[in-house]
Design a protein. Structure first.
Length: 427
């Protein structure tokens, strides 16, 4: 065996530079740009803008008339001031307030806090500019929001994420339009569904990061459940019909505005139970036709009240009891128009003008496709469409000239079960 030349080894070692001590890596503090678009100019849009601007690149977008220019002028160089329900005050400034839809090219997330009848307008305007992977969240989505989104974006929709919320995260209002707003209350949790469902973790992370710890965003299995759960599609038209249909109202003016929720009587309760039972029949039929479909969140109206207001209603044994004794409803009246000290119903109020086309019409249209009888819905819809000056249902079928202004599946060319299952991403 060869001998080791110890002198040579020692000389080589002495000639080498000592290794520098390796320090642990510093914590990364790189900038992570994230841009959110908030659509609208009403209460919720202004609160969302003020809240999100404090942390993220935020652009407020309104396509309504000159609302964006007016908001920009009202705010000027000042910060927007948002008072939270905790008493904390946030002062922030959006990066821009605009009516230019091309700003959607910058968006990682787009939040629609506009009336549901305007959703289609925003989808169409943003479609040419949206980048793949953009999250579009509707607060609330109302009925068929996911299907409308897919129909407006076409093939591009498959590269996007749609998130439908059942309601707004907050009760809120602006106190000085365009400059100050207050969050009156924050919900403990809200349901949301994502299309495609596999993207829920990503969508959840983004939206929970935007709204904060509360409300907790709870996953609903699919957007169809959110659509059929939509309480406005049944409560608002049902209560309006229950008070102002020819069987209950002679057309004369009234000395005072009737109570809306507290005024629900046995007749109105019967109307509402009829509507909600028909929606339940739709849900059960869909579950029968699509193996594994979970529509647990598409509950009855009575169950919806128990879910949302548990422990707050002295009488929760019936739907009427829930509506009459809910403290949050105390003193709320029917929408009315005053004339000479007396009152007439406002039958073009959003309870009919919005909730019938974007809510009830979805239910009726899907029921028609499934062959589910809906006599109460037919009765209320026939009356309501006359009130709002639209022709949607003709001879009991969803084929009127104004069908395209609704969220009915037929408005998007869907007339078969297979067509609906495909459009809703349930296949």
């Amino acid at each position: 065996a060869s001998k080791i030349d110890k002198a040579a080894v020692a000389a080589e070692a002495a000639s080498k530079k000592p290794k520098e001590e390796q320090k642990p890596p510093a914590e990364s503090e790189e900038k992570n740009p994230f841009t959110v678009l908030v659509c609208g100019g009403g209460n919720a849009a202004q609160v969302a803008t003020g809240m999100f601007s404090a942390r993220y690149n935020t652009i407020a977008v309104s396509l309504y008339a000159d609302e964006a220019a007016k908001w920009k002028a009202a705010l000027g160089e000042d910060d927007f001031e948002l008072t939270l329900d905790t008493g904390k005050v946030i002062k922030s400034k959006p990066d821009d307030i605009t009516n230019d839809p091309s700003c959607a090219a910058k968006a990682d997330a787009i939040i629609l806090a506009v009336p549901s009848f305007a959703h289609g307008q925003y989808f169409e305007a943003f479609a040419p500019y949206m980048k793949p992977g953009c999250l579009v969240a509707c607060m609330p989505a109302r009925s068929g929001g996911d299907i409308l989104f897919a129909s407006k974006l076409g093939e591009k929709a498959k590269d996007m994420i749609f998130m439908g919320f059942e309601t707004l995260p907050w009760a809120c209002r602006f106190t000085e339009w365009g400059r100050k707003a207050v969050c009156l209350g924050t919900k403990g949790s809200i349901l949301a569904a994502v299309t495609p469902p596999t993207k829920f973790p990503q969508a959840f992370a983004i939206l929970q990061g935007c709204v904060g710890v509360f409300p907790h965003v709870v996953e609903s299995p699919n957007n169809l459940g959110i659509s059929l759960r939509n309480p406005g599609a049944q409560i608002h038209p049902g209560v309006m019909f229950g008070r102002w249909c020819p069987e209950k109202w002679d057309g004369a003016s009234l000395p005072e505005k009737p109570l809306f929720y507290q005024g629900v009587d046995e007749f109105s309760e019967g109307v509402l139970n009829g509507l909600t039972n028909e929606v339940q029949a739709i849900a059960r039929k869909m579950e029968e036709l699509v193996p594994g479909l979970d529509l647990k969140d598409a509950c009855t109206l009575h169950q919806w009240y128990l879910d949302c207001y548990a422990g707050q209603m002295p009488d929760d044994k019936t739907l009427k009891g829930c509506m009459n004794t809910n403290p949050g409803y105390r003193g709320l009246t029917h929408p009315c128009i005053e004339a000479d000290g007396k009152y007439m119903p406002d039958l073009k109020y959003r309870y009919l003008m919005e909730d019938v086309p974007t809510g009830m019409c979805f239910n009726k249209g899907l029921g028609e496709i499934l062959g589910v009888p809906m006599p109460m819905t037919d009765k209320v819809l026939a009356w309501a469409q006359e009130c709002i000056g639209m022709s949607i249902m003709v001879d009991g079928k969803m084929c009127g000239p104004d069908i395209g202004k609704t969220r009915a599946p037929q408005a998007m060319g869907i007339t078969t079960v297979d067509g609906f299952v495909k459009a809703a991403g349930l296949a």
